[in-house]
Ligand binder design. Structure first.
Ligand code: IMP
Ligand code: MG
Length: 182
């Protein structure tokens, strides 16, 4: 998808689902929660690219204890607005995670397939502990059993964009989360 027309670009955005202020409030709450939970412990945040890049940046800045960050990327053969089911790891973390409490930072859990694969993979590397925080959860869409430890917002079965989430690589820069007309 290549969009060069601003009006066409904006016309695709249906309505705001979660405002910038609501996101900021939750970031503060969960930043404080993680800071308390991992105080005095080695903490590694593992973000899943590309969708979680903004969430990771803002969550990290709301965490007041020392921590490290790392990136993984997965391709879920997500064409347009629906997923085919195949998950492939396209970028892996290089470091040994066995001395860390690992928190996976994800943008959205939809079918659950991506996180199930990544969670099992990291669990096999024996971190001190392993948890998952997701910005958004669409539990109605789940096809595999997967429950995150922390969810900032639970949303209905709508395709959403903004705050890191894309459609055809666009809209990641929106500061809010919006429902998208597909
Ligand atoms: P899964 O179906 O849980 O494996 O989710 C795979 C990936 O699809 C997520 O990490 C997102 O990157 C993407 N995805 C799922 N739902 C949406 C959506 O509503 N908007 C944008 N991306 C989505
Ligand atoms: Mg993602």
């Amino acid at each position: 998808m290549v969009i060069t027309d601003v009006l066409e670009f904006q016309g695709r955005i249906k309505r705001t689902l979660i405002t910038e202020e609501e996101i900021k409030g939750k970031l503060k709450e969960y930043g404080e929660l993680l800071s308390r939970e991992y105080e005095g412990k080695p903490l590694l945040l593992v973000s899943i690219l590309k969708g979680a890049f903004i969430f990771l940046g803002d969550l990290s800045r709301n965490i007041t204890i020392p921590h490290e960050i790392a990136f993984m990327a997965a391709k879920s053969y997500f064409e347009g607005t629906s997923s085919s089911g195949d998950v492939k790891i396209t970028l892996d973390i290089a470091q040994d995670i066995s001395d860390y409490n690992v928190v996976i930072v994800e943008d959205i859990i939809d079918t659950g397939r991506t996180l199930k694969v990544i969670h099992e993979m990291l669990k096999g590397r024996k971190p001190l502990s392993l948890k998952v925080i997701t910005l958004l959860d669409k539990p109605e869409r789940r096809v595999v059993d997967f429950k995150p430890d922390y969810t900032l917002f639970t949303i209905p079965d709508h395709f959403v964009i903004g705050y890191g989430l894309d459609c055809g690589e666009y809209f990641r820069n929106l500061p809010y989360i919006a429902e998208y007309e597909s």
